[in-house]
Design a protein. Structure first.
Length: 256
């Protein structure tokens, strides 16, 4: 009888523990998806369930990688994914993006990329999302720009995002590499008026050069890191003027 009571008590204790554990688990908030993705369909493409799964997984993993390095990253971000017909994106892995607000981003995936959407996701999405999330941490967004305007500012902020993606991935996109005369490009940029044409200097210059600001910015940031001993995380907190100075350049901010 005494042994039977002990057995009954053990069962009762185990049952109570199970109830308490289940109650405690129920009281814990369910883990949330840090990236809310909206998929746009148009005449170019409708994302399949498989493609949506690949994109979601890549965005979630990339957000986690950035959050581990920048705790100030927004916990929840919304991403609109749009299919586009844009062969010019081939050199960028078939993907481009835009940071509209600290928690709102746009990603465009070209359906013309060799291998299709799945190949673009594998080759270009991670680098693009790393780049755009860095903009949100930096405060370089379309609707909440902390830095004002000017090619000198854009050059540094885009260079920081490019280098950040390279540091995380451990590789550089050949399209981002500067030419031998990049120091001349830097001096050209520093001499520009504040209202210089953004599209010409950041994307396609009338003389045929491509991505002058982006490629120069990457080089300036790398040079600033080498000379200062700061890593890309530390450099992210520095002003554009400070980064130009670390790289050995003077910028007259009063130029119009």
């Amino acid at each position: 009888m005494k042994n039977g009571n002990k057995m009954n008590s053990s069962f009762a204790g185990a049952a109570m523990l199970a109830v308490l554990t289940a109650t405690s688990a129920a009281a814990q908030p369910a883990p949330t998806d840090p990236v809310t993705t909206s998929f746009t369909e148009n005449e170019h493409h409708t994302f399949s369930a498989e493609e949506q799964g690949l994109i979601d997984a890549m965005l979630d993993g990339t957000h986690a990688a950035v959050a581990a390095r920048f705790p100030s990253l927004a916990d929840d971000v919304s991403v609109t994914v749009v299919p586009v017909h844009r062969p010019a994106l081939d050199a960028l892995g078939g993907v481009t993006g835009r940071a509209d607000r600290p928690n709102e981003l746009l990603v465009e995936i070209s359906v013309t990329y060799p291998g299709g959407v799945a190949a673009a996701v594998a080759d270009g999405l991670e680098a693009t999302f790393l780049h755009e999330l860095h903009h949100t941490v930096r405060g370089w967004t379309m609707q909440a720009n902390h830095y004002g305007h000017g090619i000198q500012i854009a050059t540094i902020n885009e260079g920081l995002a490019t280098v950040f993606a390279e540091e995380v991935l451990g590789e550089a996109n050949p399209a981002d590499l500067p030419p031998a005369e990049v120091e001349d490009w830097a001096n050209e940029i520093l001499a520009l008026p504040r209202r210089a044409n953004y599209g010409e200097w950041m994307f396609s210059h009338p003389d045929g050069r491509l991505a002058v600001g982006y490629r120069t910015g990457r080089w300036v940031v790398r040079r600033a890191m080498e000379r200062s001993g700061l890593d890309i995380i530390e450099l992210t907190d520095r002003s554009p003027a400070a980064i130009w100075a670390m790289a050995g350049f003077e910028w007259d901010r009063n130029m119009e």
